[in-house]
Write a protein that binds this ligand. Sequence first.
Ligand SMILES: [Zn+2]
Length: 78
Amino acid sequence: MSTLCPCGSGRAYADCCQPLHQGAPAASAEALMRSRYAAHALGLRDYLLSSWHVSKRPAQYALETGVKWLGLSVKQHL
Ligand SMILES: [Zn+2]
């Protein structure tokens, strides 16, 4: 049984954001955004830092505690 990806794509996590979390490159800006959202939902701090542009990455980053990620809705992308 597969688990739905927390990014809200409707696809299985294993066929959606998991490969990116394991090091695969994002095929689009939307895929990157979804993977970063899913990383927040799954608590993948290392992925968040590694996918953050080095010029904008903070020196310290702690995941929010007590936050329930309710969903991601992509309205439009190029
Ligand atoms: Zn996903």
